[in-house]
Each structure stands twice: as C-alpha cells, then as structure tokens.
Write a protein that binds this ligand. Structure first.
Ligand code: CUA
Length: 313
C-alpha cells in the first residue's frame, strides 16, 4: 500500500506525516469498503427482488429493527474513532516542542522572507537541520497568504496583523517545495520557496558561511539566480514583455522617465537604488508595488543582479 500512499500523498519527510497519512488512508479505506458493499448490495437486490410478472405480489416488508440499529451504531463508533484520531493529530500539529529552532516568516506579495534568531535573513530559501523541530512564526505584510509544505504535511494561513505558527521536524535531508495556497493576486502561483533540510554539519557551515556555491559563482550567473529565486521574475520580464514592473531587457544605460516628471539614466547606482529604496523613483506608468530588498540581499548578490541586467541587451 506504500506505493498507493506515496502516489496520493507524496513522500513523507516530517514526523507529522505518518499519522496524517495513516488517518487519511484509513478514512479512504472505510469509504471504499462501504461504497463497494452498499452499491454491491443494491445491485444484488435489484436483480433478486425484481418484479417478475405483472401479477406478482411482493412481500410487504416495512423495516427491520436489528439491521437499522447495526447500521446506525456501527458508523457512530467508526466516526467517534476518526474524531479522536484526528483531534489528537491536530493537537500534536498545533503545539511545537519546546526545543524548536524559531524562524520568523514574513509573507508579502509575492515573496517569502525568513529571519533566523541570529538576525540572518533569506528570501524564498531556508536551510534547516534534519531531526530537529523547527517552529515558524508567521505574519503577512499585505494580504492573506498560506504556507504549504506538502512533504511535511503542514499548511497554515499567514495573516496580516496577527501571528500564526506552524512547526515541523524534518526526517529526511533533501530540498522541499513551499507553495502559497491562498490566492493573493497576480503573482500567487509564483510565490514559491525551498526548504533545504541539511545534516547538522552542513547546516552549521551554512549558518556561518552562507552558500558556498553562490560565493564562487561568476557575478552574472549569480544575478540570474537572484532573478529566479528572490521574486524578481514575478514582476520583471527578460524579453521586453510588460509585467507588473518594467522589463529588465535593455534597461541598462537607458533614460528612465519617472512619475514625478524627473528622469535619470539607469546606471549601477540607479539599479542599486531601485532595489534598496524602490519607492524613491517610480517609473512612469507603473504602480509603486516593489518591496524593498534592504537587508535581504548580500552585497555580492546585488552586484550580480546589476551585472545580469547589463547583460540583457
Ligand atoms: Cu501568496 Cu498566494
């Protein structure tokens, strides 16, 4: 049955997953059993008790008390069992263990921002150690989003003006997908993040040094990665198409016309300002919706983005 479970539910990668899956499979099995039984009996009775000739008188049966008690009481016990099983699972999923690592999650159109206890911040990408509970304290800066990690079987709405929490204890190293599951506007389906579950040594190393590969990457390549991972792709196209924000194609060196009537040539400093203080100059014809990336990009990532934009002629 494991193949069926994996096919229906996806791989299990947290301590919460087995109980949730077992309950789900149990309910599915009970449903399937009674569906087959009831539909089967209907077909049998239709054939067995059909009227065979116009003059045939069928027996006058009104009810059967024993049968009625059985088919009422039996489902009652099954449902009470399902209730306590589900309630217990719900309580376990609500209360995070006391020794959890805490990560703050901020959702905003259309990125996931994470902050570690030591102040390190990341975008759309977190690393956590395997076999340690992690507690997420979540908040939204604008509309309702929802944090969903299928492999961990956790999903929780993320609201403005209120904290919600979720926790997980990852059991297998790997990279797991995070999705937004509350419709939050045009960029909703691009509001994705990755959770990297590392062994302890890799996790400690990452905490201290950041991503090794990214440090070695040529600037232009790093810029492309930034474009894909930090939410730029949600609003800025690479081929000249108009998006929520201006395209990146051919921007470098161009004179930009701003909503307040002023203008400037798009050089390195202009791009830097657009990333760190995006509300300062709004390009004519666009809404002031870009969030600031102040504190969310390492200096080398910003340089990379600039080099990448330069390369898009
Ligand atoms: Cu955020 Cu949908």
């Amino acid at each position: 049955m494991t193949w069926l479970r994996d096919w229906m539910m996806g791989p299990q990668a947290s301590t919460l997953a087995p109980n949730i899956d077992n309950l789900f499979m149990f309910i599915s099995a009970v449903n399937t059993f009674f569906f087959v039984l009831i539909v089967g009996l209907i077909l049998v009775f239709v054939k067995k008790y059909r009227r065979r000739s116009p003059n045939e008188i069928t027996p006058h049966i009104t009810h059967n008390q024993t049968l009625e008690i059985i088919w009422s009481v039996l489902p009652l016990f099954i449902l009470i069992g399902i209730f306590f099983w589900g309630f217990h699972g719900y309580v376990v999923a609500q209360i995070s263990p006391a020794n959890s690592i805490e990560i703050q999650v901020t959702a905003k159109k259309w990125v996931w921002q994470f902050e570690y206890p030591d102040g390190m911040r990341t975008l759309n990408d977190i690393h956590v150690p395997v076999n340690r509970p992690v507690r997420l304290v979540m908040n939204s800066e604008d509309v309702i989003h929802s944090f969903f990690v299928p492999a961990f079987r956790i999903k929780k709405d993320v609201l403005p003006n209120r904290y919600t929490e979720a926790w997980f204890h990852a059991t297998r190293p790997g990279v797991y997908q995070v999705l937004c599951t509350e419709y939050c506007g045009k960029g909703h389906s691009d509001m994705l993040a990755k959770i990297h579950v590392d062994d302890d040594a890799t996790y400690q190393k990452w905490l201290v040094e950041g991503d090794e590969e990214m440090k070695k990457m040529p600037l232009k390549e790093l810029g492309q990665l930034v474009y894909e991972n930090k939410g730029c792709a949600t609003c800025h196209s690479l081929d000249g198409t108009r998006g929520q924000g201006p395209t990146w194609k051919g921007v470098f060196g161009q004179t930009r016309q701003f909503a307040d009537g002023s203008s400037a040539v798009a050089d390195e400093n202009y791009i830097r300002e657009s990333v760190l203080d995006p509300q300062k100059h709004i390009v004519q014809g666009y809404e002031p919706i870009m969030p600031t990336y102040q504190g969310l990009m390492r200096p080398r990532e910003l340089l990379g983005a600039i080099e990448y934009i330069k390369s898009l002629k």
